[in-house]
Design a protein around this ligand. Structure first.
Ligand code: HEM
Length: 586
């Protein structure tokens, strides 16, 4: 279905005479709502309580209003204020990685077609949405008792009118109407704010949806925003003068809008996929060398362990590289070694100085290996980073008495800065990473409920199960792989060894936890008998004792005879994270 929706959109656009840029299949249908999506703080449709005091949109939300895509068409809070609306549009579209040129092309191009529907007041005539509608509506909702409920009587947004004189044709009618005429705000028959032309001639310029009557073209407040905002205005004026450029930019931006969450090119299927490589696909170079063998990998792991890099540095570097992956739009991950490029290498979560030093050493190992080969075998830094993590995990398991090999598939490549849209990568920056026990300055730790949710959110983006999240946190803590090498959550006397100490020491009844006086996010464990301080942890640690589901999983790993299972499960989860982005292997 996902594929059909987009294909139907392309067919409609082509049928109206516009060119499309391409089409790819490969989307999947879900069969239940995704519970993990953060839709915003409001519990009422069309409410908007998602603004910080400084006026910026909170968190990672895309839309400015609950339940609307993008922004309120009538203007912020329903006020027909085009200048303020332009700011909303810029914020919302930039969160979809759209710049001003793309945004203007999309809105102007999209609204070259069709009309808005508000023949009468929705509150008076339109019934409940599908989920709330009675069973006899059979999954359909929004039943309207206004006239026929269809055609010219249709009510959806509650705003009424077409944008152009030829609403089913691709032309510059929208741009001409917008720029060549003056518009004034009024409330239409559905009660919604719209803008109508002051010019008498234009008032009868559009055809009605049925019959021979004419109707008045209109603009939304968000459309008028494009002529009032000076930057958008410059662009729409240029598009009006250069229809060819307008058409191309619309086609390309439409392709981006409808394919941007599909991930790398390997996932784009079908004969209409354009050859051109898109920067928003986070392109990767092709390999022009042979990949390393199992023996080479073993040799490289030895070379890496012989450097002065610690288990912690190796694990954290590999984690920093791979854990940017997000399953929601298949971006990020270890392939590309973008952790060595801006913006990732400067992210506070990655401890930039230590990361740079670790990468430098790993680069030396890579260069030495590549220089030593007289055949065509070469290794990428992206593979070396992952191999370094594997070597450290194997070493830590060996120190705990387990001889284990983490599965490894070579073939990752190193992307260049030119192949990286640094600005859009900034959206992948973790504000917190509970796996490294990191919480960024821009997270308000006082909002206590939120803190552990950030860990679960990160785990969800990494497509991890509750058990995988649990074993990874416990393992990373026993390795001592915490942000700033802090002791927080490192409930073991032998950090760097892959033991189940984290769970044993967290879930024992021999200690009592209390909140620190100095920092709400930090908790102190005291010996139940002596009162002596044993450990310090954060909410990211304590949630594995406090949450019943996580505690049940933690209890399994805390058992005296569970260490081997713990080590194996950790290795499985670790290698899954390292390969989340390997669509090239599928
Ligand atoms: C600021 C961003 C946008 C806002 C606020 C907005 C708002 C709206 C509203 C309120 C409607 C009327 C719905 C109804 O009453 O049936 C509408 C219709 C439409 N929009 Fe947008 N829109 C935006 C961006 C876009 C984009 C990016 C596209 C496509 C590239 C697009 C394409 C369309 C089309 C084709 C229709 C007409 C549908 C029909 O005739 O039934 N819009 N838009």
């Amino acid at each position: 279905m996902g594929r059909s929706y987009v294909l139907a959109g392309n067919v409609a656009i082509e049928s109206m005479g516009a060119k499309t840029f391409g089409f790819a299949g490969g989307r999947e249908d879900t069969f239940k709502p995704d519970q993990a999506v953060d839709w915003g703080p409001e519990d009422e449709w069309e409410a908007s309580e998602r603004w910080d005091e400084d006026g910026s949109l909170q968190g990672d939300l895309g839309a400015t209003v609950m339940g609307l895509i993008y922004v309120n068409p009538e203007g912020p809070d329903g006020n027909p204020d085009p200048e303020a609306s332009a700011e909303n549009i810029r914020e919302s579209f930039s969160r979809m990685a759209m710049n001003d040129e793309e945004t203007a092309a999309l809105i102007a191009g999209g609204h070259t077609f069709g009309k808005v529907h508000g023949a009468a007041d929705p509150d008076e005539h339109v019934g409940p949405e599908p989920e709330a509608a009675p069973i006899e509506n059979q999954g359909l909702g929004w039943e309207s008792d206004y006239g026929s409920g269809k055609g010219k009587d249709t009510i959806t947004s509650g705003i009424e009118g077409p944008w152009t004189s030829a609403p089913t044709e691709w032309d510059t009618g929208y741009l001409d109407n917008l720029l060549d005429y003056e518009w004034a705000a009024e409330k239409g028959p559905g009660g919604g704010w719209r803008w109508v032309p002051l010019d008498e001639d234009l008032r009868t310029a559009a055809p009605d949806v049925e019959g021979d009557d004419t109707v008045t073209p209109m603009m939304l407040t968000t459309d008028i925003a494009l002529k009032r905002d000076p930057d958008y205005r410059e662009i729409v004026e240029r598009y009006q003068d250069n229809p060819m450029e307008f058409g191309i930019n619309f086609a390309r931006a439409w392709y981006k809008l409808t394919h941007r969450d599909m991930g790398p090119p390997e996932r784009f299927l079908g004969p209409e996929v354009p050859d051109e490589e898109m920067i928003w696909q986070d392109p990767l170079p092709n390999t022009d060398y042979e990949l390393i063998s199992d023996e080479d990998a073993a040799e490289l792991k030895n070379d890496i362990l012989a450097t002065d890099l610690s288990v912690q540095q190796l694990v954290k570097t590999a984690w920093a590289s791979a854990s940017t992956y997000r399953d929601s739009d298949k971006r990020g991950g270890a392939n590309g070694a973008r952790v060595r490029l801006e913006p990732q290498r400067s992210w506070a979560v990655n401890e930039p100085e230590k990361l740079t030093a670790a990468l430098h050493t790993l680069e030396e190992v890579q260069e030495e290996f590549n220089a030593s080969r007289s055949d065509d075998v070469r290794v990428s830094l992206a593979d070396i980073i992952v191999l370094g993590g594997h070597a450290a995990v194997e070493q830590a398991a060996a120190d705990a008495g387990y001889d284990i090999e983490v599965p490894f598939e070579p073939g990752r490549v190193d992307a260049t800065a030119k192949q990286t849209d640094a600005e859009s990568f900034e959206a992948l920056r973790p504000k917190a990473d509970g796996f490294r026990n990191y919480i960024g300055d821009d997270v308000d730790a006082a909002k206590v409920d939120v803190v552990e949710e950030l860990l679960v959110d990160k785990a969800e983006l990494l497509d991890l199960s509750a058990s995988e999240m649990t074993v990874l946190v416990g393992g990373l803590r026993s390795l001592g792989a915490t942000h700033g090498d802090s002791d927080l959550g490192v409930f073991t006397d032998e950090p760097g060894t892959l033991t189940n100490d984290f769970f044993q020491n967290l879930l024992t009844m021999d200690i009592d936890w209390e909140q620190s006086d100095e920092d709400d996010h930090i908790y102190i464990a005291r010996d139940h008998e002596t009162g002596e301080v044993e450990w310090q942890g954060t909410r990211f640690d304590l949630v594995f004792g406090a949450n019943s589901r996580l505690r049940a999983i933690g209890d399994v790993y805390a058992a005296d005879n569970a260490e081997e299972k713990f080590v194996h499960d950790f290795v499985d989860a670790w290698s899954r994270v390292m390969t989340l982005d390997r669509f090239d292997l599928e």
